[in-house]
Design a protein around this ligand. Structure first.
Ligand code: PLP
Length: 385
């Protein structure tokens, strides 16, 4: 019997591993040693790490010597935010209500006062409110760490980083960007930008989970979370995982060929049309603003996401209800709440995210399953509570 077809439309949670990344990891796992040892074995591993660092820094337009490997983007984010506060460099943290929990929780843990600026109903950070917080901080003689995301993981909305950078031009404030969902997909010029620190994650660019990176400017060199044995030039203690880092580096090298944003955006456009055709009452979040052409967050009134997701899964389609959450259960999205989406509609929110493996045939299959899931709504089986 042929295996049942599966279509994976949850790339924002974790993108399928690129074959080169898998091979690079297997090659490194066959090696012996510690990359911090000076003997031949150690040096062979060190070379894999440094090659990966070069590839990742290049993709971000960052300086290789200020690209620090971490155990995840969450750790990189925490290093940036908690590290800055702990170093006594900032008096206040300003973030937004639409951030990933990794940012919100790090801000909470940092120990400095936190301001959260709102999102518009389209999911865009309110830069006027942000400017006001900065002006107030200037008046109070405070140094602020602005911690915001680039591309929203749930809605795909692209934040106005240019405007935020302009607000901070000619000031001493710090700017941290959670670049996880934009990295490798949109052009990034970290070194030339006003951004002081940016966090990225390997598994969002078709590398392995469990490794991330923090790009830093010189003035952030002392923002350390894990001093440990002084690895990563004293910026992140702990023996580096050469295998995961090599997989990350290979993914960064291969992504440009594998990930064609124009092709993927066209497929995403088809998904959007299918939703509009089969569920004309569906709401597509952030549709009026600039979004990355990989992501659609939508809700079909009356079709509860918890039930719909099971229907999609049984039908062979993997998608998600907002972000992938650690507990594996469907919880209400704080991002949609920040966009003022009514609770009843937020309970129906689903996220489709496409990537390098997605094909036309996948979208045709998605349509079939969508139609059968929508039929459940008509029969009342998928009704929202
Ligand atoms: N920031 C954003 C925007 C994300 O989408 C994610 C992952 O879901 C993270 C941070 C956390 O990344 P990691 O899984 O590497 O800790």
């Amino acid at each position: 019997m042929e295996p049942r077809k599966r279509v994976y439309l949850d790339h924002n949670a974790s993108a399928p591993l690129l074959p080169g990344a898998r091979t690079a990891m297997a090659d490194v796992l066959a090696l012996t040693g510690n990359p911090n040892s000076v003997h031949g074995e150690g040096r062979a591993l060190r070379k894999r790490i440094e090659d990966a660092r070069t590839a990742i820094a290049r993709l971000a337009g960052a300086q290789t010597s200020r690209t620090v490997f971490t155990g995840s983007a969450t750790e990189a984010i925490t290093q940036a935010i908690v590290g800055a506060a702990r170093a006594g460099a900032v008096d206040r943290i300003v973030t937004s209500t639409g951030e990933h929990k990794a940012v919100l929780k790090a801000a909470e843990a940092a120990g400095a006062p936190v301001d959260e600026v709102a999102l518009s109903t389209d999911g865009v950070i309110d830069t006027v409110a942000l400017g006001k917080v900065i002006a107030d901080a200037d008046a109070a003689g405070e140094t602020v760490l602005v911690a915001v995301h680039w591309v929203n993981n749930e809605t795909g909305v692209i934040q106005p980083l240019d405007e935020i950078e302009a607000l901070l031009a000619d000031t001493e404030h710090f700017l941290f960007v959670d670049a996880v969902q934009g990295f490798g997909k949109l052009p990034m010029k970290f070194a030339a930008s006003r951004i002081d620190m940016a966090a990225v994650s390997a598994h969002k660019i078709a590398g392995p989970a469990g490794v991330g990176a923090l790009f830093m400017k010189a003035r952030c060199d002392k923002f350390v979370l894990i001093p440990g044995g002084g690895q990563e030039q004293g910026r992140r203690g702990g023996t580096e995982s050469a295998a995961l880092i090599a997989g990350f580096g290979k993914a960064a090298q291969e992504l440009a060929d594998a990930f064609d944003l124009e092709r993927i955006s066209a497929l995403t456009g088809q998904v959007e049309q299918l939703i509009e055709t089969h569920a004309p009452d569906a709401e597509i979040f952030g549709r009026r603003v600039r979004r990355l052409g990989t992501t659609i967050s939508f809700a079909v009134p009356g079709l509860a996401n918890a039930t719909a997701m099971i229907g999609f899964d049984l039908g062979g389609v993997a998608l998600s209800a907002g972000s992938a959450c650690s507990s594996g259960k469907v919880s209400k999205s704080h991002v949609l709440k920040a966009m003022d989406v009514a609770d009843e509609l937020a309970q129906c929110a689903l996220r489709v995210s496409l990537g390098w493996t997605t094909t036309e045939a996948d979208i045709e299959f998605f349509e079939k399953v969508l139609v059968s899931v929508l039929a459940q709504r008509k029969s009342g089986r998928g009704a929202a509570a």
